[in-house]
Design a binder for this molecule. Structure first.
Ligand code: PMP
Length: 439
């Protein structure tokens, strides 16, 4: 047994104090504040491969990976080179440029049903724009989403959302107009009966159903067998569009995303997709796209307006392209190997410490629920021992492993997680499991 390493967090605490004066809560995205787990969020000074180094010089194996984008690991040489080359040519033009064309071509070539994409700056923008397009296309206003799915902080999609909304147990966000929330129907994930009932009642008003291709924002909850097909069948029968949000799963669960991994037939393809995270390689770029006849409604060709000063940014596009090009079959194999090793060892350690838990998967995305039994929807996900997670999280952190600071998030690995990084995680798990089991 190794002695508990001593960690100083003075520099992070000082930065948090400074940050809190000028940034609400000291953070620019809520889950980063550690409110759910307590303690001092680590301010990261640098990162390379699978390792983070914080402002105090502590090192952590990174199991957040920027919430998905860093699939090749931090500061990957080929991506770094592409970014330097692109930046040397200028940062932003506000005119079309070749890098954005290359990135769009790469995305379209990887995702069979995709005909066209438009590049935007965040996953939120992608889902917001996809909704507007679906409403413009159908001439209908109502949107169906599933409880526990998070699609960014779009007004209409914040109802019963996962991620930070789940972490903070917020019912909804203040500041969302009643009219906007009123046009959203929230249904339980993996419940086709509820979907059929909603369409039977209001099908003629529904513009779109939006779903996470595999849910990752209430922890990982894959679609039950037949759920994805059912969504396609019901939406098609009522003339509503199906939007598959692959912001988290896209280019991570497989070379295309979750639907590629699940093996959805072309006839079962959604009308629209949203992407982000991996396709930006750590830079702010995202996309929505789908059938050409739907995409044709976007300005300047059509009447649905959508725009962006930095959209298709040449440096971000270069980072995204280099990242996607780096995502070879070997990379996906390594992700699976690393995820299997870590999840297997976590489960073993928790079992040895008699801590109730369930590991769930979507490709190489996985999460550990601190409860017994399968999690099929948001109600199941919320029914877990978050105090046990908190103890587990802090023990891992103290031993140099940075997990997502919430029980409602996927753990992310990268292809740069080598045997040394994996061993470091495995060594930390038994003590963390014992801590979880010791109230
Ligand atoms: N959709 C999904 C499935 C997501 O996981 C996220 C972010 N975690 C978003 C949309 C929003 O993306 P962004 O944070 O880039 O706005």
């Amino acid at each position: 047994p190794t002695a508990a390493p001593t960690q100083t967090t003075t520099a992070s605490a000082t930065l948090l104090d400074r940050a809190s004066r000028v940034i609400p809560g000291g953070v620019n995205s809520p889950v980063r504040a550690f409110r759910a787990v307590g303690g001092t969020p680590r301010f990261i000074a640098s990162a390379t491969g699978p390792w983070l180094t914080d402002a105090d010089g502590n090192r952590y194996v990174d199991l957040i990976c920027s919430w998905g984008p860093m699939i090749l690991g931090h500061a990957h040489p080929s991506v770094l080179e592409a970014v330097k080359d692109a930046a040397a040519q200028g940062f932003s033009f506000g005119t079309p440029s070749e890098n954005e064309v290359k990135l769009a071509e790469e995305i379209v070539s990887r995702v069979a049903p995709l005909e066209q994409v438009r590049l935007v700056n965040s996953g939120t923008e992608a889902t917001m724009s996809a909704l507007r397009l679906a409403r413009g296309y159908t001439g209908r206003d109502v949107v169906v989403k599933f409880a526990g799915c998070y699609h960014g902080h779009v007004d209409a999609l914040l109802a019963s959302a996962g991620s930070g909304i789940a972490t903070f147990a917020l019912p909804d966000s203040a500041g969302v107009p009643r009219s906007s929330a009123g046009e959203t129907i929230v249904l339980p994930y993996n419940d086709l009966g509820a979907l059929e009932a909603a369409f039977a009642e209001r099908g003629h008003e529904i513009a779109a159903v939006i779903t996470e291709a595999a849910a990752g924002n209430m922890g990982v909850v894959p679609p039950a067998p037949g759920f994805t097909e059912g969504l396609r069948r019901v939406t098609a029968a009522h003339g509503a569009l199906l939007i598959s949000d692959e912001v988290m799963t896209g280019f991570r669960c497989s070379a295309s995303g979750w639907l590629g991994r699940e093996g959805v037939a072309p006839s079962g393809a959604p009308d629209l997709f949203t992407f982000g995270k991996v396709m930006g390689g750590g830079f702010p770029t995202a996309a929505f796209g789908g059938r050409a006849d739907v995409m044709a409604l976007l300005a300047p060709q059509g009447p649905v307006y959508q725009a962006g000063t930095l959209s298709g940014n040449p440096v971000a596009s270069a980072a995204g392209l280099a990242t996607l090009q780096g995502c070879t079959p070997d990379v996906y194999e390594r992700l699976d190997t690393v995820a299997t090793a870590i999840a297997g060892a976590a489960s073993e350690a928790l079992t040895a410490a008699s801590v109730p838990h369930t590991v769930q998967w979507a490709g190489s995305m996985f999460s550990v629920f601190f409860r017994d039994g399968e999690v099929r929807d948001y109600d199941d996900a919320r029914d877990q021992d978050s105090a046990a997670f908190r103890r587990f999280f802090h023990s891992m952190l103290a031993q140099g492993v940075h997990l997502p600071p919430s029980a409602f998030e996927s753990w992310f690995v990268s292809a740069s997680h080598d045997d040394a990084a994996v061993s470091h995680v495995l060594d930390a798990l038994p003590a963390a499991a014992r801590a979880a089991g010791t109230p």
